[in-house]
Design a protein around this ligand. Structure first.
Ligand SMILES: [Fe+2]
Length: 354
């Protein structure tokens, strides 16, 4: 059912954490916007390089931001903006230089938890005709250290070897931030900051390239959004600030949408369902979507983004962390949690029998 008027409530049977709010998957004229909200920019260098007091100050501000809405915008993370410029151009080259037939050779399939490969326009999910093409690779597709006998299969996943090498630079530079971000989140909850260090060592992740082609008048009139409203299933996502507008985040305080347009070079961090589950609902999974640009001029150029979703491997167990009160959730294997949640997008047969 791909319906431009669908609500998140139409699909609650798939949720593996409590989500009480109601929103439309695509932007609608009746949606309310919180235009007064000021985004806090936080300097992650305070945590990465600072003394104990600097770290404490960062953790307090970061924890408040992610507990409030579920996202924070980081500067001082140490990743060169030049890398983002290069990746922006490479994403456009990848999607524009290959024919649809060449891209369809890599059509997305489930590998472990992750639906990995190419997603044609309007087929990112079964539930909304998103005006985006996507491409996802998890750690298995990269020449990166693989634990637990995972085999590298570059030819199966990449139209050219050089793409693996180039996008690996993006993955490796962000992988360095996985543990520090998790540590800051756990410290903000009063938990052992290192409780997930082992799980996050050579962990699985999903690098997703989004290519939003210029919109035709018919596509603009269709009522479909560029990417449906959703919560990420992961622990958290690192999203290098996209150049072009369109990202919207749900503010649980005001029950309105925020239009986010953080500066280039910053990274948006948002929490996902794994994190909501293990934090006993203390860190809510962030609702977000990509809407058509307000400025019509942007309809004539492609929009690009390249978020990285941080997972744990499929055989890990997601359990409420100690010290966070009476657990509201049972322990659950990551693959069960992940595939049941994402069956919402990929169909009821996406989750293997468990
Ligand atoms: Fe997302």
């Amino acid at each position: 059912m791909a319906d431009v008027n669908a609500l998140n409530r139409d699909f609650t049977q798939y949720d593996q954490v409590q989500k009480g709010h109601t929103y439309r998957l695509a932007e609608h004229v009746s949606d309310a916007f919180d235009d007064d909200y000021e985004i806090d920019m936080l300097d992650f260098g305070q945590f990465l390089n600072g003394n104990a007091d600097d770290k404490k100050r960062f953790v307090e501000a970061f924890g408040a931001a992610v507990q409030d809405i579920g996202f924070s915008v980081l500067t001082g993370h140490g990743i060169d903006t030049k890398l983002y410029d290069e990746m922006h151009d490479l994403v456009i080259e990848l999607f524009e230089s290959l024919s649809l037939q060449e891209k369809m050779h890599f059509r997305a399939q489930r590998h472990g938890s992750v639906n990995q490969g190419y997603f044609p326009i309007e087929e990112t999910s079964n539930i909304h005709p998103d005006q985006v093409e996507g491409w996802v690779w998890c750690r298995r597709a990269f020449d990166m250290q693989q634990d637990r006998d995972r085999k590298l299969r570059i030819d199966d996943f990449w139209p050219k070897q050089s793409y693996e090498r180039e996008f690996r630079r993006l993955a490796i530079s962000h992988e360095q931030l996985f543990k520090p971000i998790a540590q800051a989140m756990f410290q903000s909850l009063g938990c052992d900051p290192h409780i997930y260090d082992q799980k996050l060592t050579n962990t699985n992740f999903g690098l997703r390239l989004n290519y939003y082609p210029p919109l035709s008048d018919d596509q603009v009139r269709s009522g479909a959004g560029r990417l449906l409203g959703h919560e990420d299933v992961d622990l958290f996502t690192l999203l290098p600030a996209p150049r072009d507008e369109g990202l919207q985040v749900w503010n649980h305080r005001s029950n309105k949408w925020l239009r986010l347009h953080p500066p280039q070079g910053s990274i948006i961090i948002n929490t996902g369902d794994y994190m909501q589950r293990i934090s006993n609902d203390r860190l809510p999974s962030t609702t977000h979507r990509v809407a058509k640009p307000q400025d019509g001029a942007h309809s004539s150029v492609p929009r690009v983004s390249f978020p990285i979703a941080v997972y744990v491997w499929e055989d890990e167990v997601l359990d409420v962390l100690p010290g966070l009160g009476e657990p509201r959730y049972e322990p659950i294997k990551a693959i069960t949690f992940h595939t049941r949640s994402t069956s919402k997008f990929y169909g009821d047969d996406y989750a293997p029998e468990s």
